[in-house]
Write a protein that binds this ligand. Structure first.
Ligand code: NCD
Length: 317
């Protein structure tokens, strides 16, 4: 029997060994498809190909899925994880700079995953060390591994990445999962609908990129009728922690709620995704709707991160 990782194309695999994963902008389309194909092979794969390797998980911001799925992925492949999940327990609380923290931690590990509230922090970390650095979310900027698991989920749920009409709903201004995914979708034949309050529109710079890449998109403020023309509705949490003025958050915090009645209006073909955590934007009465994909999406995080860690740590040589 051939081993699931035996026939992974080694020329592409080698491109990822030791590589920083900071922004999805750095991936060619061929590399994205390769990562998704490799992830598929890792779906049920649990062999200790990363035995003896250590991942440092430095989480300066709250996280459940990203941190624990990285830990699970590493452990499923026989590796180990050290780190912290709260900035108050690291020496940053004593005033240590991020650069110094990274220069110290590099001696304790083979790769680093970092989540940080400041945009660009993952890049700063990557510049401070020769160890591969994976961005687990930097402020409102980017979240590349979320994008990989989102694309993986879209392909699993819809069977394709082209010829899709994808709507983004909620906080398109501060949502880094949205920013990374929108940029990456530009590689595919998609139509994008951006549904948000005026104050939470996708940043101009990203809209300009869509124009340059000739991706068709439109902006709406209401879910209906826009959702009638969609294959996927990617719902997001309003990013409370990023609002400079809490009153602005209060004004928009429950502006959208997706529930079973929406499906009644738009039909049973619409797939609902969400990077999670949700607050009130998806009613739990939607959870048993067959095309509510968000818990499968979260589970795919382990599959995709197993593949990524195996590649970055040179486990597939
Ligand atoms: C997202 C994040 O942290 O950006 N969560 C995640 O990683 N699954 C989305 C969010 O926090 O709303």
């Amino acid at each position: 029997m051939t081993h699931p990782i035996d026939d992974i194309p080694r020329d592409l695999a080698r491109r990822f060994a030791g590589r920083d994963i900071i922004s999805p902008r750095e991936f060619e389309k061929e590399e994205i498809l390769f990562l998704l194909d490799t992830a598929k092979r890792f779906e049920h794969f649990r062999e200790p190909i990363l035995a003896g390797r250590i991942l440092a998980a430095l989480f300066f911001e709250p996280s459940t899925r990203t941190r624990l799925s990285f830990e699970s992925a590493m452990q499923r492949l026989g590796g180990r994880v050290l780190g912290f999940a709260e900035k108050g327990v690291s020496s940053v609380a004593k005033g240590e700079s991020l650069r110094d923290t990274i220069r110290v931690v590099e001696a304790y590990c083979d790769a680093i995953v970092i989540r940080h509230p400041l945009e660009g922090a993952a890049r700063v970390a990557a510049e401070a060390t020769d160890r591969p650095v994976i961005n687990g979310g930097d402020g409102a900027n980017q979240h590349p591994t979320q994008t990989l698991l989102d694309l993986y989920t879209i392909r699993e749920e819809k069977g394709r990445l082209d010829d899709l009409r994808i709507g983004f709903l909620g906080d398109l201004k501060y949502g880094r999962a949205v920013h990374s995914l929108v940029e990456t979708l530009a590689h595919f034949r998609v139509e994008i609908t951006l549904i948000s309050p005026e104050s939470l529109r996708l940043p101009d710079q990203l809209k300009e990129q869509l124009v340059q890449q000739k991706i068709s998109f439109r902006e709406e403020t209401e879910i209906l009728p826009a959702a009638r023309d969609l294959d996927i509705l990617y719902t997001t949490r309003i990013q409370k922690e990023r609002f400079p003025d809490p009153l602005d958050y209060e004004r928009v915090k429950s502006v959208y709620q997706v529930d079973r009645s929406l499906i009644g209006e738009v039909g049973e073909e619409l797939t609902i995704m969400h990077p999670l955590p949700r607050v009130t934007e998806i009613n739990p009465n939607l959870d048993d709707y067959p095309r509510a994909a968000y818990f499968r999406q979260a589970a795919n995080g382990v599959t995709v991160r197993k593949a990524l860690l195996a590649l970055v740590l040179g486990g597939i040589e």
